[in-house]
Design a protein around this ligand. Structure first.
Ligand SMILES: [Zn+2]
Length: 327
């Protein structure tokens, strides 16, 4: 014990006692840390704010940073690969970043995914299913919404997905209040991802997910008077990061309900609005390219039964694809 302590003192004192700076050693240590995934261990990042920067690292990778934050003593970036749309949490000191703009990045796949549709005179005030509701090509994009719920996670559905093959892609739209009340089930989901059983894209589904059944759509969901859309976006992202899951470039409006103002705010925050052309419990059947919507949060068993039946009957288009391939 005493020997170890003495060694530690010597190690701290050594750089002070020598003239030659251990520059190479320090760089090597930084490189090793840069390759390690960031682990928040439950701590919520602070000083969380939106940015748009173009970043490169020593390996020549280029990413766009859309959020900057501080976790412990470390500045972090939430980044998106402008070609693959994959997101990752990075240590800021491992990247060289400069401010950029939507216009300067307009040719990237990411900016094309965010592109604003041309308004038409017929555009209604309340938008239903605005944004990305289908993808190109074969197969389907399976998405499951985890709206706030007192009921347990439908593990059977996720196990059915996992049985389709290793790393079956699924996008889970997760609300802040679901995370708060389902810690064990979130851990189970993370295990499915870590083991390679599922390839999960985590979609922000707002923090509070307000909903009052008796109100018209124009006054509920995120159109509820007084809703702070930035808080709904950022508080959920911070909670996701604290819990070790990385927010994707997608946001799903509760009820798929929005308006032009909410769509504009989402674009400003560099998030792609995620709709669905096949909300199974409401009837529309999947076809190639469909974004399929179910609720594995215990609140919509009918949709899961339809999913299971269509899969058994071979009526669910294959393959299942990652949501990042849809835009
Ligand atoms: Zn929902």
């Amino acid at each position: 014990m005493r020997a170890k302590f003495a060694l530690a003192i010597w190690a701290m004192a050594a750089p002070l006692a020598t003239e030659a700076p251990p520059a190479q050693g320090v760089e090597h240590a930084a490189d090793a840390a840069c390759a390690q995934p960031v682990n928040a261990n439950g701590a919520r990042p602070r000083d969380y704010h939106p940015i748009l920067q173009s970043c490169v690292n020593d390996a020549g990778a280029r990413k766009l940073a859309t959020r900057r934050m501080v976790l412990g003593a470390e500045a972090l970036l939430l980044t998106v690969d402008p070609d693959s749309l994959a997101t990752s949490l990075e240590r800021a000191r491992c990247w060289r970043c400069a401010d950029t703009s939507d216009a300067a990045e307009a040719d990237t796949r990411f900016m094309r995914a965010l592109k604003k549709p041309e308004p038409t005179p017929a555009t209604p005030k309340v938008l239903e299913d605005a944004g990305l509701s289908r993808g190109a090509g074969e197969g389907v994009f399976v998405t499951g919404d985890l709206c706030p719920s007192r009921r347990p996670l439908d593990r059977d559905f996720l196990e059915l997905l996992a049985r389709q093959g290793p790393g079956t892609p699924v996008a889970l739209a997760i609300s802040g209040l679901w995370i708060v009340h389902h810690a064990d089930e979130l851990d189970w989901l993370k295990q499915q991802a870590a083991s390679g059983a599922l390839n999960i894209v985590w979609v922000n589904h707002s923090y509070h997910h307000p909903y009052v059944k008796s109100r018209p759509d124009a006054q509920t969901y995120l159109l509820t008077p007084g809703v702070d859309i930035d808080a709904e976006i950022f508080d959920t992202e911070r909670l996701m990061i604290a819990n070790g899951i990385t927010p994707s470039a997608f946001f799903r409006f509760p009820g798929l309900v929005s308006d032009a103002g909410l769509m504009d705010r989402l674009r400003e925050r560099h998030l792609v609005a995620l709709g669905a052309d096949s909300w199974l419990a409401l009837g529309p059947r999947p076809r190639p390219g469909s974004i399929v919507l179910v609720h594995p949060n215990g609140n919509e068993e009918a949709g899961l039964r339809i999913f299971s039946r269509l899969s058994r009957q071979g009526k669910m288009p294959r393959p299942f694809r990652s949501l990042n391939e849809a835009p």
